[in-house]
Design a protein around this ligand. Structure first.
Ligand code: G3H
Length: 539
């Protein structure tokens, strides 16, 4: 193997003690109605993408197991959440905003104490580099803090009265009910918590099912969830999605469905809900974000942004650049420089200093990527970089494919991995057509200098995607920016402030501004007779 992948996986003694996990994490606990319940049934093994050399063999590390709950336990969790919400009369939805914030602040303190454990599990469970795992943890803490501040701001704005056409009203945001929150394996902490915490802090009660991979890393936080929230407000379940989550949707008692995953998965689950108008969905789904590199682009910048965009976390980001349209006049030079830069990425284990490429957590992923590359080759593409497409167990060395055309699967499918397809184009319309005809519409990146061409393309794409990135890769952050998508890429908009809105609805108390009505309102406020109607101001 030209990349000598045989030396990629470590011997046991080469793994730093700071990242070594406890022996075997058998997690039998799950959080139900404020109690930590010990599961006695079947367990699901957690296989790390990391293999370790033992003699002449490479052995996949089985680092623990998690409960394979059934629909029975999932329904018990839903019952607990429904009881805790109590049609909006439960302790949690009726708590003042300031009080709910205190609970979340306490959680944040406890969460920060678990940083090392969670970061280590991120590395072992999903193969994310130490630097990116730490970034994911810290970004999540910042997100929670920003959410608190944003809610304070929102609440301050709602603490007064609006006077219009002789009518006075207080308009406040109230929770929607019971939320089901599910996140993806590539950001099992950040993306999950970026819906879970807005849902909780707005007063909803929650059933939370961790992602497919990156499950054990929630374990160190279970006690904090138990201690910081009233019974039933947050219930954490484990098991196969279809069996557990499917049965929850069938009850019709889920009010909000927050899901980051595939549009196929979301479609199947949404269809099970018998009351489609009761269900509000917030979905982050598939994407096939293109980069379009125009003839006058600054190649150094375009290449470095495209390497980052295509291969950060091995291309396993929903916002990753998944296809590159490069103008024919520069495609040879671009491809050469891209391959040179990719050659500098260091393959290794998540904890290795400066690592740029790591093993993939999804079983069967390297086979899928190999087939994708083979299909492209059959239709005329070549692998342009040395060692491209070589694989060993869970590791796949990035393959740069050129020239890619519409006969190839990689032209349409979201590879969600280290395959970089390059499509040469002559006329801008070719790239525009691709975006217009795509089933997805999350983001795209434009690289160029000529303001006229860029303006033309911005106008062509502003009705197609949620974000146009100019001379920079696609990304979700900063988290205060809106994050959404068109077509099969998303439903609803997330950002720190938007998330508070999507997990709540405005309710108002309105009355004609007569003296009698004002007297009633004054009495309610001065004597603190209502939770909803209040002019309390959070400083
Ligand atoms: O996987 C999708 C994430 O939301 C991407 O976030 O652009 O910050 O990596 P990111």
């Amino acid at each position: 193997m030209s990349k000598n992948l045989n030396n990629l996986f470590p011997d046991q003694e080469n793994i730093p003690s700071s990242v070594t996990l406890p022996e075997y994490m058998e997690q039998r606990e799950y959080l139900l109605d404020g109690k930590m319940v010990t599961w006695q049934g079947d367990m699901s093994p957690v296989a790390s993408p990391v293999f370790v050399r033992q003699g002449n063999e490479l052995k996949q590390q089985i680092i623990g197991s998690t409960p394979l709950l059934t629909s029975k336990e999932a329904l018990e969790a839903l019952d607990a959440a429904v009881r805790a919400y109590d049609q909006g009369h439960g302790v949690w939805p009726l708590l003042t905003v300031a009080n709910r914030i205190e609970h979340v602040e306490k959680f944040l303190v406890m969460m920060r104490e678990k940083r090392q454990e969670v970061v280590n599990l991120l590395m072992w469970e999903i193969g994310k580099s130490q630097k990116d795992s730490e970034k994911e943890f810290d970004r999540t803490c910042d997100y929670i803090l920003d959410t608190i501040n944003s809610l304070k701001e929102l609440d301050r704005k709602s603490s007064g009265f609006v006077h219009e056409q002789g009518i006075m009203a207080q308009i406040r945001r109230v929770p929607l009910g019971v939320a089901l929150c599910m996140g993806p394996y590539n950001y099992p902490l950040n993306e999950t918590f970026s819906t879970l915490f807005p849902a909780l802090i707005m007063g909803n009660t929650v059933v939370f099912k961790p992602a497919k991979y990156g499950v054990l890393l929630i374990r160190p936080l279970l006690e904090a969830f138990q201690e910081c929230f009233p019974a039933g407000v947050i219930n954490i379940i484990y098991g196969r999605g279809r069996e557990t989550v499917g049965s929850l949707m069938e009850t019709g008692r889920v009010d909000v469905f927050a899901f980051i995953g595939t549009n196929k998965g979301a479609n199947e689950l949404k269809k099970l809900h018998p009351k489609p108008h009761r269900l509000k969905s917030i979905l982050g789904l598939d994407a096939k974000n293109p980069a379009i590199i125009l003839p006058d682009a600054d190649l150094n910048n375009a290449v470095s942004e495209c390497v980052l965009g295509s291969l950060s976390f091995n291309g396993q980001r929903c916002t990753a650049l998944k296809i590159l349209f490069v103008h024919k006049s520069i495609v040879d030079e671009f491809t050469k420089r891209l391959c040179d830069e990719i050659a500098k990425l260091k393959p290794g284990m998540p904890w290795d200093a400066g690592v740029g490429l790591t093993p993939l957590p999804e079983p069967g992923k390297t086979d899928y990527l190999t087939k994708l590359v083979e299909d492209a080759k059959q239709h005329g593409a070549q692998i342009m970089n040395a060692g491209g497409g070589e694989s060993l167990h869970t590791f796949f060395y990035p393959a740069v494919l050129y020239p890619v055309n519409s006969k190839m699967k990689v032209y349409y499918e979201e590879q969600f991995g280290p395959v970089v397809p390059i499509v040469p184009f002559e006329r801008e319309e070719e790239a525009i057509e691709y975006v217009l005809n795509s089933n997805f519409g999350q983001q795209l990146s434009l690289f160029g200098k000529d303001s006229m061409s860029i303006a033309r393309m911005i106008d062509a794409f502003s009705s197609q995607v949620g974000r146009i990135n100019l001379n920079t890769q696609c990304q979700r952050g900063p988290d205060n920016f809106p994050f959404n998508g068109r077509k099969d890429s998303a439903e609803g908009t997330l950002s720190v402030a938007d998330a508070l809105r999507v997990f709540s609805i405005r309710t108002l108390v309105a009355t004609k501004s007569t003296d009698d009505n004002k007297k009633i309102i004054s009495s309610i406020i001065q004597n603190r007779e209502s939770v909803f109607l209040s002019t309390d101001y959070i400083f």
